[in-house]
Design a protein around this ligand. Structure first.
Ligand code: AMP
Length: 113
């Protein structure tokens, strides 16, 4: 069974693309929790950060640098933003294909709920 994000990567489900390169895509979240809420999704189907290996080190770095570049592009680099990776049930993960949330353009509370 393909995950939701694999279907989006395979262009079976339409999405609002914010970025694409050879290693990842970034899409606007369908249920945004902040005015800027983008998901950076590796094309490689890593299930979650806990399943990543040393071979994924450069890719994981690429996802973070892409999120930071998107923060600049989307105008939240100055005001600040949050990068989140939900891992597993208690972490709030709902789609078992690794993704990095970029949230910004409003003050974000801490600790998270
Ligand atoms: P997580 O809960 O960390 O697994 O994040 C999954 C995210 O995917 C949630 O923020 C959802 O709102 C988002 N999402 C679900 N379906 C879609 C979709 N079709 N397009 C864009 N984002 C989606």
């Amino acid at each position: 069974m393909k995950t939701l994000f694999q279907k989006i990567l395979d262009r079976e489900i339409p999405t609002k693309l914010a970025h694409e390169d050879e290693l990842c895509i970034a899409i606007h979240d369908i249920n945004p929790q902040a005015p800027v809420h983008v998901l950076v999704i590796p094309k490689k189907p890593i299930v979650r950060v806990a399943e990543a290996t040393a071979a994924d080190q450069a890719l994981l770095g690429h996802l973070l640098l892409t999120a930071a570049a998107l923060a600049k592009k989307l105008g939240v680099a100055e005001s600040g933003y949050r990068i989140v990776i939900n891992n597993g049930r208690d972490g709030g993960e709902t789609v078992p294909h690794l993704h990095v949330h970029l949230l910004g353009q409003r003050p974000l509370g801490w600790p998270p709920g």
